[in-house]
Design a protein around this ligand. Structure first.
Ligand SMILES: Cc1ncc(COP(=O)(O)O)c(C=O)c1O
Length: 357
């Protein structure tokens, strides 16, 4: 018997499983020198100016930070070219997704998203008592017509990760607009751009291409991936001021902490170094793709800081084999493995460990 009356929606959830750490793999397999390519982290050292800003902020942690993160909101607004009222920040972009669920999803409401996609989506739909409507992928990419077809009068929200996690495929703002035109304008469409900085600008920018015309659009982005601040937990959203006001009501007070705000502000001042790191990751991604293709692997297009190898029934076996060799990747049982682009040495290690199909 459980303690207290756990809500059935929570009881039904599996515990969150973060990407396995290298240390854990070492202990499990009795090996040393394992590397983690399982959580799409940035392999490069965070710029010194960011580390300095975080260190400086740590001297003031006896005080609460600025709950509204006013300076950061203003800096983001200036940088992106929108008004400050159109920006909000959250405890990682995953925090913003949770806030969106709290604001919009009542029991029985439908949340539509392509699947496979980010593992948090069904969790945040279900925890609110909502119904996760999963739209099968087409060639590892989004079937946008099928997404539109599954919207009903119960649909409250659509979640679109572009580039998608874990498949790495991306959609254009033109494709998103076709969907927006086909659905009622009271359905919230979330475009989750956690990996935007690694993708081709030719896919378009939903903030400039769509936001001026669609008030029901929410674009989420993060400092975790391209900016290398995963451990600080800070993401942001760009949307209509009315939506910002509602999301802000359910932000856990001060969860966007003072060190995270200082780090994010310093990152916006270090865009040259961050840009170089992004370029290095993209060059390494191309090297990994070329090498895998040469070895005979077939991959979907990779527009984020990882590659996805569809392995079907062989997924668990190949994942375990790599792990025993000290290369920790992220398996999606029965589907494929997702491998983060790491440092040059890490990527080479992965490539030699995987071998040919
Ligand atoms: C598609 C997608 N969205 C959002 C996130 C959340 O990132 P964070 O909460 O670190 O900003 C991730 C992280 O893996 C992701 O893959």
């Amino acid at each position: 018997m459980s303690i207290g009356k756990v809500r059935p929606a929570v009881q039904a959830l599996a515990p969150y499983r973060p990407g396995k750490g290298a240390k854990q793999a070492e202990e499990e397999h009795g090996i040393s020198d394992a590397i983690k390519l399982a959580s799409n982290e940035n392999p490069y050292q965070t710029p010194d100016a960011v580390v300095d800003a975080v260190t400086k902020a740590s001297t003031g942690v006896n005080r609460y930070g600025d709950h509204r993160a006013s300076e950061l909101r203003a800096a983001l607004a200036r940088w992106i070219g929108v008004s400050t009222e159109q920006i909000t920040v959250g405890c990682g972009s995953v925090g913003l997704l949770q806030q969106l669920g709290l604001v919009y999803i009542d029991p029985g409401d439908e949340v539509v998203f392509p699947w496979l996609s980010f593992e948090a989506y069904p969790v945040y739909a279900q925890v609110m008592g909502g119904v996760a409507v999963k739209v099968p992928l087409l060639n590892h990419s989004f079937d946008m017509k099928a997404v539109a077809d599954l919207v009903t009068d119960k649909t409250k929200m659509i979640l679109l990760a572009t580039p998608n996690n874990p498949t790495g495929t991306a959609i254009s703002t033109a494709q998103i607009e076709t969907l927006m035109k086909a659905i009622p304008n009271n359905v919230i469409v979330v475009v989750d751009e956690a990996y935007k900085e690694f993708s081709n600008p030719s896919f378009g920018d939903p903030v400039t291409d769509l936001l001026p015309r669609y008030r029901n659009l929410v674009v989420t982005r993060t400092f975790s991936k391209a900016y290398g601040l995963a451990g600080l937990r800070i993401g942001y959203a760009i949307t209509d001021p009315e939506i910002v006001n509602e999301i802000d009501k359910v932000l856990v007070p001060f969860s966007v902490n003072s060190a995270a705000q200082a780090g994010a502000l310093a990152a916006l001042e270090s865009l040259d170094i961050i840009g170089e790191n992004i370029s290095r990751i993209m060059a390494e991604r191309q090297r990994v793709i070329d090498s895998l293709t040469e070895q005979g692997w077939e991959l979907p297009e990779a527009h984020a800081n990882f590659v996805y190898i569809p392995l079907g029934d062989r997924t668990d076996e190949i994942h375990l084999d790599l792990e025993k060799q000290g290369v920790v990747t992220r398996p999606f049982s029965g589907e494929g493995i997702r491998v983060t682009i790491g440092s040059e040495a890490e990527n080479t290690r992965f490539l030699t460990s995987l071998g040919s199909p």
